[in-house]
Design a protein around this ligand. Structure first.
Ligand code: HEM
Length: 134
């Protein structure tokens, strides 16, 4: 890579294989750890399609190949509207992803920056503090 080409987050994390490792760990944790039981219960029995889709979304979001955005509904916020996400389950998502990222990505400043952005996104999917779950 030339010095003029800024490194994307996708490059820095280690490309699609690194994202897939993190996503697999995230869903494994969600599936096995009772701390994430409420979050698990919101998802379909078969997590495989989620593993593929979240890997595709994060790949595009981090500046890698943008295939995921070619689909019909590629608005991540509207895809989550109506799922009944509460502030508690949104926090579980962030906790599980934070753990998965720390365990699989050996780059603490990168993980911190990524988790800050994902925590903002997750908070936006839940009702504000003064309202009940949708
Ligand atoms: C930054 C935060 C998040 C990202 C990037 C994300 C990403 C995704 C993606 C890519 C999908 C697959 C959509 C599809 O292919 O149609 C999905 C589905 C889903 N997400 Fe999220 N998500 C986030 C936060 C959350 C939170 C906070 C919750 C719940 C508390 C949640 C619950 C779900 C559920 C229930 C599904 C559908 C699962 C199913 O059909 O089995 N997500 N999410």
């Amino acid at each position: 890579m030339s010095q003029d080409t800024p490194q994307t987050p996708f490059d820095r994390i280690g490309g699609e294989p690194a994202i897939r490792r993190m996503v697999d760990r995230f869903y494994d944790l969600m599936d096995a750890d009772p701390a994430f039981a409420d979050l698990r219960a919101m998802h379909a029995e078969d997590l495989f399609p989620m593993r593929v889709s979240l890997t595709g979304f994060l790949t595009a979001w981090m500046g890698g190949p943008r295939t995921w955005f070619d689909r019909e509904n590629s608005c991540i916020m509207s895809l989550h509207r109506g799922l009944g996400i509460s502030r508690e389950t949104a926090a579980q998502w962030v906790q599980a992803m934070g753990q998965a990222a720390r365990e699989t990505v050996n780059d603490p400043p990168f993980v911190d920056a990524m988790m800050q952005a994902l925590a903002h996104m997750s908070a936006g999917m839940a009702p504000p503090p003064n309202q009940d779950a949708a």
